[in-house]
Design a protein around this ligand. Structure first.
Ligand code: PLP
Length: 482
């Protein structure tokens, strides 16, 4: 029979097929959620075998019936973020309502570059940005945008800082002939900060990395000498990047004295709150971000601590007008005159041209569950980290790297008789690998003060004391088996 493209397309868009497939998919996911604890966190397959599962499915031709099979294989081959023993990276199990909002987002496929392509989604983004800025108490003039991830968020904020604070218009004039620019940042800063500096053409010397104190926090008294030293080397520092909190060990820099320093020296204060700005929601842990309201810019990832599917990053400016100054460019088919004359066209604020509608999922969460659910989640997750720390401290065969401030806990297994640091590093790596392949629990590793540690981020809402105890037992069992 001759191929009829119009008929094929009509069938592909058929509303009744969509309805049936959608119901079946939601049933599959709901059953999966209901039975999650009985599954492994990760059904480990070597990469080649995993590749084969999907190469063969595609090669078999698929067709109508294959969608469910695809969903089933994707579920089986996924790391299970909804599992109570997912204790690894800072990637959250999405709330069901946020996942459903994601479907709505995908179906509508709005692009927020210009308002006319996304009237509702633009208004939703504005509401979400306002909520985030309000939670951080950035003040009446605050504004910002949502973008695709903390890495892009850090770059966007630092571009705004350079534009505002260097006195040399690199955007229009290029960097040649201007000062040699640099940032001050904690040595614990996420790698996206130094990557942003490189992208901005600041080069190898563009980040002056500052060692922290014994708790890995930036030392306010070290900033002045570091600034003087940078200036002796011919660098013009325009911004300070603080962590709230750091990635590896989850440590908060002391934001108030850092804000004082920046004000005194005329520097832009950027707070990378990708993970830990969420502490602002928790009455118990809010003090960790005291001073964040004085930042010039803050990056906050809702896909880390706010139970949102990736990616939803707020880039928030205390002086909201800065949001529109970062990317000043003309594109006659898209952009009008200036960000100030058309604040509803968000293309002025972001690197993205097709700017996805990232706000809907968080808006749906706030609407349906309220801010209190998120606040409770943050509080419980941070509490749980303290619970794990207490368990580790009571166990002579484990060693805590630092008392946790956030919900990130780094520690080592220290079997009797193993004292050599290199051997201890290798021991942690072997333990992690053993757990990975067994698939009952998932945790990761990080270097803290140069030594390899096991690292866990406790952001799974269903992790309980028994799961924390099981983590220690599983590590002991793996150590015994090695
Ligand atoms: C402190 C911090 N900043 C930035 C990022 C990068 O965020 P994203 O993965 O959304 O690009 C991370 C990610 O782990 C982070 O922990």
């Amino acid at each position: 029979m001759a191929n009829d493209p119009a008929a094929s397309l009509a069938a592909a868009f058929d509303p009744e097929r969509f309805r049936a497939r959608g119901h079946a998919l939601v049933d599959l996911l709901a059953d999966h959620l209901a039975g999650i604890a009985a599954r492994p966190v990760l059904a480990w397959l070597e990469p080649e075998a995993q590749r084969e599962r999907f190469a063969s499915l595609l090669a078999a031709g698929g067709g109508e019936a294959a969608f469910e099979e695809l969903a089933r294989r994707a579920l089986e081959g996924a790391i299970q973020l909804h599992h109570p023993r997912f204790l690894g990276h800072q990637v959250t199990p999405p709330l069901p309502v946020a996942a459903l909002a994601e479907l709505l987002t995908a179906f509508l496929n709005q692009s927020l570059a210009v308002y006319e392509m996304s009237p509702a989604a633009t208004a939703i983004e504005a509401a979400v940005v306002r909520w985030m800025a309000g939670a951080l108490r950035l003040g009446e003039r605050a504004d910002g945008l949502l973008t695709s991830g903390g890495s892009l968020g850090n770059l966007t904020a630092l571009l705004a800082a350079r534009r505002a604070y260097t006195g040399h218009d690199v955007w229009h004039e290029g960097s040649a002939g201007g000062p040699r620019l640099a940032l001050l940042a904690s040595a614990e800063a996420h790698y996206s900060v130094s990557r942003a500096a490189r992208i901005m053409g600041l080069g190898r010397e563009g980040v002056v990395a500052l060692a922290g104190d014994e708790r890995l926090k930036l030392r306010p008294e070290a900033l002045g000498p570091a600034l003087d030293e940078a200036s002796r080397r011919g660098l013009t520092v325009f911004a300070l990047v603080a962590n709230a909190c750091s990635t590896a060990a989850g440590v908060y820099d002391p934001l108030e004295p850092l804000a004082d320093f920046c004000r005194a020296k005329g520097l832009w204060l950027h707070v990378d709150g990708a993970h830990g700005a969420a502490a602002a929601l928790s009455p118990r842990y809010r003090a960790l971000v005291r001073g964040i309201e004085r930042a010039d810019s803050v990056v906050w990832d809702a896909h880390k601590m706010l139970l949102q599917p990736s990616l939803v990053t707020g880039v928030l400016f205390r002086e909201g007008a800065r949001a529109g100054e970062t990317f000043s460019q003309e594109a006659s088919y898209l952009l009008g005159r200036s960000a100030a004359s058309e604040p509803h066209n968000l293309s002025h604020r972001t690197l993205e041209c097709t700017k996805p509608a990232l706000g809907l999922r968080l808006y749906a969460t706030l609407l349906v569950h309220g801010e209190a659910l998120l606040a409770d989640h943050v509080t419980a997750a941070y509490d749980r980290a303290r619970e794990l720390a207490a368990l580790l401290e009571a166990s002579p065969d484990f060693e805590l790297a630092l008392p946790p401030e956030s919900n990130i806990v780094c520690f080592r297994h220290r079997p009797p008789g193993l004292a050599d640091e290199e051997a201890l590093d290798a021991h942690q790596e072997r333990l992690r690998r053993a757990l990975l392949e067994r698939g009952e629990l998932y945790l990761v590793q990080a270097r803290v003060r140069g030594r390899l540690h096991l690292r866990t981020t406790l952001l799974q809402p269903f992790t309980r004391a028994r799961d924390l105890a099981a983590l220690l037992d599983a590590l002991r069992a793996a150590a015994a088996a090695i």
